[in-house]
Write a protein that binds this ligand. Sequence first.
Ligand code: NAP
Length: 246
Amino acid sequence: MEERKVVLVTGGSRGIGKEVAEVYAENGYDVVINYVSDKTDVEGIKKEFEEKGVKCLLVKADVSKAEDVNNMVESAIAEFGKIDVLVNNAGITRDTLLMRMSEEDFDKVIEINLKGTYLVTKSVTKYMMKKRQGSIINLASVVGVVGNAGQCNYSASKAGIIGFTKSVAKELASRNIRANAVAPGFIATDMTSVLSDSVKESINAQIPLKRMGTAREVAEVIYFLGSEKSSYITGQVINIDGGMVM
Ligand code: NAP
């Protein structure tokens, strides 16, 4: 019997991350997901997976804290012995215009989105390098490519993730480890549910496909990038945005 593969999805409790964990589980992977404070939602996900014969490890971890991250990765290795695919999905927004943006809101977004991606990637690649195999997928955003008024902290974090992904792809290619980023546009999750209906309408009007994307549409591309079907793709940024940026 073929050995089961293992995926670590940060921020797997909700939204895109939850959907990513589900797509991998459906395709025969065992899953590691983190939660930050509330364990209730993730306990439900674990139960659902286990009923389908998928092993699921839940770890409490704030991705911006090195100690939490190392504990999360070591727990995953203790449980499964390896991590085949890493999806750096955890992320937050603290939107406001530059003139009103506090240093705290700037730092918080950089710490979780960008530094978190660095900490988890560094911790996981130690084990991927030993196996000489792995695929890393980082969640960037179209605003990391084109910018967005009211999101200078968030778009800086996402542009940083793009540079980080390309550098890591160059460093690790010789070890058979690939690193790619996805750049979603507007995806219907808790993150975008805070937008008013009029803002959503004006966003939809500017998207060639005239609608927001679904978490599933992002998760399927992330699954492809983690799989052998994308074995000759590394250092790329794949837009999933209904044609917003082309
Ligand atoms: P979401 O629904 O707000 O979920 C965010 C996830 O990140 C949650 O699981 C949350 O955990 C976790 N998280 C937050 N802070 C964390 C921390 N310090 N340590 C560990 N986990 C933490 O977001 P989403 O819309 O699914 O977005 C997922 C990713 O896609 C993000 O990186 C986001 O920037 C990116 N993205 C989203 C869109 C969009 O339109 N939705 C577009 C482009 C890119 P808790 O449940 O415990 O809070």
